[in-house]
Design a protein around this ligand. Sequence first.
Ligand SMILES: [Zn+2]
Length: 261
Amino acid sequence: MMDERWIRSLHVESMRHADLHAEREAHVLFQASTIGALLDGSFDGDLTFAELGERGDLGLGTLNGLDGEMIAIDGEFLRADVNGEVTEVGPGERTPFAVVTEFEPTVEGEITAGLDHESILAALDSMARPGTSSFAVRLDGRFASVRARSVPRQEPPYRPLAEVVADQHIFEFTDVEGSMVGFRFPAYVEGIEVAGYHLHFVDAERRRGGHVLGSRSGGPLRVRIDPSDDLHIELPPTVDLADPDLAAATHAAIDAVERAN
Ligand SMILES: [Zn+2]
């Protein structure tokens, strides 16, 4: 069964695993499950990384059992474990939450050295064309610092994400060459997605990485943006699409989990 709806200016299509159709469309964002389900402790999904790889080559997420932070870049799927150490993800592994896109940027720009994280995000906002609801973004270059975190693998019965995040490990990478990949979503899809920016980092050697909590540019950063108004969602059997009216209620919880530092 497929559900199709407009949430303001974002076209949202959701489907079950059995209804997945082959697609690798430009400017379409594809995600497994919802951030709301992850908050509730739904840490096992039914989508494999092989299937995820058929739907995009850039993105982020996590693995079943909440086994670290996932970074998708240049078609490679990587896991930053609880210590921030990066390894490749096998095609048969599964994800309870991930967002990917076939990255075809239409906006390019540069961010100057010496900007703090808030200023970097403000610069991205100003580069995106007005009226852009959502976009995928990639930043490459030298960072003076990246504050990142990862989470330890969980065993069932799972606790809510807010409790697990209390066990997160935070790392500070300094003077590091690397890439940030991720997305900006509008406030009105909070609960389905993380509103605002969600970025994951991996260094140029693909050895260290994690979920970004803060950063500072160390040199000019190359910026590429791929705007989108289409979000396709694969929902595991136990997950339904969150009512966007509940978005406000989940805002505080998501803020605590995704930006806690
Ligand atoms: Zn993350």
